[in-house]
Design a protein around this ligand. Structure first.
Ligand SMILES: [Zn+2]
Length: 329
């Protein structure tokens, strides 16, 4: 995904947000390696993968920018090299090798004048000529960033990988980016060619309002569900809503019958691949929880439908999310 980033764009200028959205749009893709432009360091790349750390993709892609041979490479060559290194599966080792000399020697300049004897690590993203000190600082800062990213358990890309790890701030940013992108899409829509435009605009407005007033994960997930409803209306392809059991799992893959605890009738709900497998194996799916009136943490759909728009709509499985907003909340 070699899209340029700017502050305030649809991804808030953040490759982590882009990666999260792309991941979300590919619910059936169990394994995914994603290479994006790096939002912190222009002309360099960043790697993501799901499940985490299976190919050492993050480090492999990070190493690409530090290789001597990639010093003058363009984005296409840099990407090809990154793909090679990910395929090789030794990202950790390659990264250590590529950054070993950082801080010991100055990076060479592209002009070559007076730099011939230096043997530092070059980099494909290296845009500066004749400002080696500044550039070295940037290189070192980047190495530190990449390292600290590795060490911290709260790596942004993992936030989106599992609903359990979804923290509120990350989800809020993602929902904001989604609503922002949707606003652009509705503005660009051709009135004559988009029969669902009014419905799309209504759901878009509702998504913005829910986002503004969101008090926790269930509401933020609701904003995502409304955004999904709006996008479906805009493109004229309804498709399936988000996963009923946990909308943070992304778009559902199929519909499935499910009998809630203590009820005789079965509900027809849309579920993601993982939740469908859980139902098939008679395991409990991983559900999104909410807080009931007694302060207990319960599956969100066990909150009375009169009190929760999300319980009433199942985030789109039982009725369109926008239809539930007038009735509850
Ligand atoms: Zn699911």
């Amino acid at each position: 995904m070699l899209t340029p980033f700017t502050k305030g764009d649809a991804f808030d200028g953040d490759s982590d947000v882009l990666a999260g959205i792309v991941r979300d749009r590919l619910p059936d893709q169990r394994e995914l390696v994603l290479i994006t432009a790096d939002s912190d360091f222009p002309d360099s790349l960043r790697g993501y993968e799901w499940p985490a750390d299976t190919h050492q993709a993050g480090r492999a892609v990070a190493a690409t920018g530090f290789l001597d041979e990639m010093r003058d490479a363009g984005l296409a060559d840099l990407t090809a090299k990154a793909v090679d290194l990910v395929a090789e599966g030794k990202g950790e080792q390659r990264y250590e090798e590529a950054t070993r000399d950082l801080g010991r020697s100055a990076p060479p300049t592209k002009t070559g004048s007076g730099a011939g004897s230096e043997s530092g690590s070059g980099s494909g993203w290296w845009p500066l000529v004749g400002v080696p000190v500044l550039a070295l600082t940037a290189l070192a800062a980047r190495a530190v960033l990449v390292r600290s990213r590795k060490r911290s358990p709260a790596v942004p890309q993992l936030v989106f990988a599992t609903a359990r790890a979804a923290d509120e701030a990350g989800l809020r940013r993602r929902a904001e980016a989604e609503v922002l992108a949707l606003g652009e899409a509705t503005r660009e829509a051709d009135v004559a060619m988009t029969p669902g435009l009014q419905q799309a605009l209504d759901a878009y407005a509702a998504a913005g309002k829910v986002l503004d007033e969101a008090r926790g994960l269930p509401d933020l997930a609701g904003a995502l569900a409304l955004a999904q409803e709006s996008r479906a209306a805009l493109t004229g392809s309804p498709g399936l809503p988000l996963c009923f059991f946990n909308p943070l799992h992304g778009r559902a893959a199929r519909r499935s019958g499910w009998r809630p605890l203590g009820r005789r009738d079965r509900l027809d709900v849309a579920v993601c691949g993982a939740c469908a497998n859980a139902l098939r194996d008679r395991r409990a799916p991983e559900v999104l929880t909410d807080t009931d009136e007694n302060g207990r943490t319960v599956p969100y759909f066990e909150i009375p439908a009169t009190r929760s728009a999300w319980a009433a709509t199942g985030y789109g499985s039982l009725m369109p999310p926008s239809a539930g907003l007038g009735r509850a909340r």
